[in-house]
Design a protein. Sequence first.
Length: 507
Amino acid sequence: MSAARLLANIVLMTGLKLVGLLLSVLLIVLQTAAFGTTPAADAYFTVRRFVLSAIAMAFEATNQLAVPEFVREVQSGGHAGMRRALLRFGIPIVGLLSLIALALWVFAEPVVRLLAPGFDDDRLAQAAELLGVVALCLPLTGIAALAGAFNFARRRFGLTTLARLLPRVTLLPVLLVMGAAVTPLSLSWALVIGVALMALMIVVQGLRDLRRMDRGGLSMPRRSTTPRRAAAVTINAAAQMAMGWADAALASLTGLGGVTIMFVAQRLLSAAPGAVNSAVNSAYYTEYSHAAGAEAGARPTIAAAVRISLFLTLPLVAFVMIAATPLITFLLERGAFTAEDTAATADLVRYLAPLLLVNAVLAAFLPATLADDGLPLVRVFLWFSAVALLIRFAAGLPLGALFGLKGVASSILLASTGSALVLARALHRRHGALGTWHDLREIALMIGAAVVAAAVSSLVWRQLDLGDLALLCAHALTVGLLFLAGCALLRLPEMQALLALLRRRRR
């Protein structure tokens, strides 16, 4: 696939996910206004974090596990082979998620006690009730993820990405109609309905495409490395879930409201960059799978993935660093969410901003690692998981006790950096240098353009007495335009590809 077409897929998914960002921001505004940092808020956001992480990991793990084999079936045009592949992956995935859902319903209270060891009896009971409801999302998510992997294997990214907005869409009418009378339980049931609608939409599209496939063709042979990749994907998914649990558990030890503030800060901070990272991850993993065995192209592709991920993330980081306070004040300081809560959240958002750059690099490294059968995948992801979790707890417990949420944030940043270095080392041992001095120079120029854009915007608008919304718009436009102008003047290839894509669309 051409660089312009690949960029187009990434831009499409990012655009749809940015719609999800707007929905997420609106939901956070409404939810924090309704619940504040009360015990009910801590209980709700603990369970919501858990189920959102489970949904994301189910999609990611299913893509990583199934897309390579689905790609081979798509390339062969085998209708019967694709049906067998769907059943071969679907039965264990949906079955496992159903068993997990049943276990969460039966053992809800012990699970919550593990998720949030700092909870008192009131928060524990509320969270256990909510967990029993949202557990229903897991088997539905498994069905949606399997159909989504089939769509991705056919390079049909749009509808699956759009369907993943439905769980958030269904929460909006509940919040808008019920207002301050809304309860965590009603939102939990609305989430289950949204996940069911998401699964239905993705499955219908997948069935249509499956019927269009040639009923002839030969099914490609299964690769012997599938069990190894399955083990690595399982380890990675479990580790990602455990990282989310560790963040919530450490935050729960910082006192009442700690879980809520950590959840809101991470959710707001990662929403837009998370859209970029997910798009880069999905698009490049599909391309690695289509080009399996093309060793000669691996190194520049990894470097290109890092560059484009940073290109799309850097202006967001620059904006957050200079506009965190007006952003959080404008969004959250209303209803039950106090000025003190707002200040703590804005401070944490700014403190966590460098994590976005680490996550951008991880978004490029993860698909490159999982798609490479020449790597000892199980060993790599055992190290990846161990480093991420050990650093979180080894640093998070003492730093959290000393510095509260900032200490927990520091441990998250250290752990993510350590896990990125594990993947970098594995890829380097496999391919040699992952980039050239030219790649490093271009990344340095991108960073320079972002720093200059942030500095100029801060200097220009600092002296003017603008309201929060006007200041946010001014910073966003200034940082975005100056960053793009700088990249164009420096003739960075990502900017050239973006301009070429825009010219082609105009024709």
